[in-house]
Design a protein around this ligand. Structure first.
Ligand code: ADP
Length: 191
């Protein structure tokens, strides 16, 4: 399975990504997690990415694309993968198309978590208290939502046109959302 999970900041992508990955025995590849790991280790990639992340801006495509390409080339991603946080721009969609085509495979589905924006801001502010992520302040959350709407939401139409889109209600208990995702993805994986 080659899957993407999308949704606005705070939609619960990371949480659901872990369950989906486990269910299909594929790695969950989170660009946000990879960037954060690089930031905390102080690598050159981390130093570069931090400038953008702290402001809620996207890291430049050329940096992100190369990072994903290298990660997808790892042996554990050979049988498939779930991307969380990538692609986020139309240019990244094209880049990913190239990466997947090169391996002779294709994308199976794109899961979009739909959520209520106001509720999500509350979730993120709560996460700021428990996890202390540098980009979970109210101003930066608003900026991330804006950028998502401008640059990433248009990807939903792109994947809908390709017949790959699976829209799932992301509100409610984590377990219920997971069940909804599996109910739709199990159909995809059997077809
Ligand atoms: P969110 O909780 O908003 O979904 P993530 O943890 O996925 O955030 O990502 C955190 C930050 O990492 C983003 O705000 C952005 O700066 C950077 N980032 C992650 N993925 C990408 C990407 N595909 N393109 C550009 N920047 C990215």
């Amino acid at each position: 399975m080659r899957l993407i999970i999308m949704g606005p900041p705070g939609a619960g992508k990371g949480t659901q990504a872990r369950y989906i990955a486990e269910h299909f025995s594929i790695p969950a590849i989170s660009t946000g997690d990879i960037f954060r790991a690089n930031v905390s280790q102080g690598t050159p990639l981390g130093v570069e990415a931090k400038k953008f992340m702290d402001a809620g801006e996207y890291v430049p495509d050329e940096v992100t694309n190369l990072m994903v390409r290298n990660r997808i080339d790892e042996p554990d991603a050979e049988p498939g993968f779930l991307l969380d946080g990538y692609p986020r721009t139309v240019a990244q969609v094209e880049e990913l198309d190239g990466m997947i085509a090169f391996t002779g495979h294709r994308l199976d589905a794109v899961v979009v978590l739909t959520v209520d924006q106001d509720e999500v801001v509350q979730r993120l502010l709560q996460r700021a208290q428990t996890e202390g992520r540098a980009d979970d302040t109210e101003d930066v959350i608003r900026r991330r939502q804006e950028i998502y709407t401008e640059q990433t939401a248009p990807l939903i139409d792109v994947y809908r046109d390709r017949g790959l889109l699976v829209e799932v209600d992301g509100m409610g208990e984590v377990d219920d959302v997971t069940k909804r995702i599996f109910a739709t993805l199990d159909v995809v994986s059997e077809s």
